[in-house]
Design a binder for this molecule. Structure first.
Ligand code: ZN
Length: 446
């Protein structure tokens, strides 16, 4: 029996042909799409029907790289000497914050971030949490928040040896513990996360490689986000970052390299040869003033590139727009990236990054029903099959997302969240942020 039937929508499938169907319908059974485009079988009575007339129906957005706990830094009036480069951004802002984080802060930040993701149309994210004083068991607290929200997540603890080797191993073991525990097909899954090559030894790279292969789990690592990564590897190993990761045997189709801002053509060739993938974070790269990743080259080479927010702006449509604009400005050529390419990064390519392209990232028969319905009624020009992609990139904001469905379950209907109490979530997040800001000396009491 059809559990949920969506009718009359302008469907942007993101399938192999990138089909756009006007007045289309989607039938969902047991959390999966069983029919798309043709309407309902005669005599079939769906349990629930959503009329998507004058609405856009598309796959839920996928955020390929985030830090849910970054949400607690929003607006923080940090009393620090302003950082002058990426290295100082880490040592003056992020690393003190990491040390102040508790398991309950991890839970609170995950809850409020999931809420913002759902409200702006993202249904799956890949998150890495960092907090040396909250390692063992923290992924259970983050998973609890994601479960509660009804969305999907791939979560990890970010292993780093910036203080001690033992701490790096503890981080890796937290991922192993969680990955072992997760049941097949669960909405919240695990992966391995390494902070960056400049904070870990080759031994840790080998350790993670071995475990990831054993458990068939993805690996993610910040890669040449700032020049510090390149200099570190040159000084210590006489190699560039990707060369070192390649020589250490880390690279493979299960590896998602976050950023890759400072990679040269030889390194891109190594990424391509290994089948590794890239998570592009344009807004974070602008915020941290690290430079612009050579995404246009990556796309031309066929390297899969997904879109991430790196814990900064959670509205996927803002990130889509940033990715669409940044490379044109940087290369002074308006042709270098198309609206369809950036939409792919935020949907089907994001799924591909984590090996989930047969399940998620597009609206196709047999796939999981992760769907968003958008109200484009404020668009000043007609929304039609031939204009809808342009509207998604240039007109639509997260606030236009009206209904969100994850695995066939409606988690937001007509802007009303069905899984979370918005006021309560904000209260929990603000309480955590206030404690955290006090610890960081940003306000009150210190
Ligand atoms: Zn990051």
């Amino acid at each position: 029996m059809v559990d949920l039937f969506i009718k009359n929508g302008l469907i942007v499938t993101m399938d192999k042909e990138r089909r756009i169907i006007s007045d289309g319908s989607i039938s969902i059974e047991d959390g999966r799409i069983v029919e798309i485009g043709r309407g309902i079988k005669p005599g079939e009575k769906p349990a629930e029907t959503i009329d998507a007339k004058h609405k856009i129906v598309m796959p839920g957005l996928i955020c390929s790289h985030t830090h849910l706990y970054g949400m607690l830094l929003r607006g923080a009036p940090l009393k620090i000497e302003p950082p002058t480069d990426f290295s100082q951004i880490l040592t003056r802002i992020w690393w003190p914050m990491d040390e102040a984080m508790t398991r309950e802060d991890a839970y609170a930040s995950a809850l409020v971030s999931c809420m913002e993701f759902i409200k702006t149309g993202t249904t799956l994210f890949a998150d890495t949490f960092s907090g040396p004083n909250a390692i063992a068991g923290v992924l259970d607290r983050i998973a609890a928040a994601v479960e509660q929200s009804g969305m999907r997540g791939i979560i990890a603890f970010e292993a780093t040896e910036r203080r001690t080797h033992a701490e790096g191993a503890r981080g890796v073991r937290e991922n192993e513990r969680f990955i072992k525990k997760v049941k097949k097909g669960a909405r919240v899954r695990g992966m391995f996360s390494i902070h960056a090559s400049f904070t870990v030894s080759d031994e840790l790279l080998h350790y993670v490689r071995e475990l990831a292969s054993r458990y068939k789990a993805p690996i993610t690592i910040h890669t040449s986000e700032g020049l510090v990564d390149v200099y570190h590897n040159y000084e210590r190993f006489g190699k560039r970052t990707i060369e070192r990761l390649s020589d250490a045997g880390l690279l493979g189709p299960d590896v998602v390299l976050a950023h890759c801002v400072h990679v040269n053509d030889d390194e891109l060739a190594l990424i391509k040869r290994a089948g590794a993938k890239v998570a592009h974070n344009p807004m974070s790269n602008m915020l941290n003033a690290v430079g612009v990743a050579p995404v246009v080259k990556m796309l031309a080479m066929g390297i899969p590139v997904g879109l991430g927010n790196d814990g900064y702006i959670f509205d996927g449509f803002e990130n889509i727009r940033a990715a669409f604009l940044l490379h044109k400005a940087m290369l002074r050529d308006p042709r270098v990236i198309s609206p369809t390419e950036v939409l792919e990064m935020a949907t089907i390519r994001g799924a591909e990054l984590y090996g989930l392209e047969s399940e998620l990232g597009s609206l196709e028969t047999g796939k999981l029903a992760d769907i968003i319905i958008i109200d484009p009624s404020t668009a000043p020009t007609p929304v039609r099959p031939e204009s809808v992609i342009g509207h998604l990139v240039n007109t639509i904001d997260g606030d236009d997302v009206e209904t969100v469905i994850v695995g066939g379950n409606v988690v937001m209907r007509e802007r009303k969240l069905l899984t979370l109490d918005e006021e309560e979530v904000i209260r929990i997040a603000r309480r955590s942020a206030e404690r955290l800001w006090q610890k960081l000396g940003a306000m009150g009491g210190s």
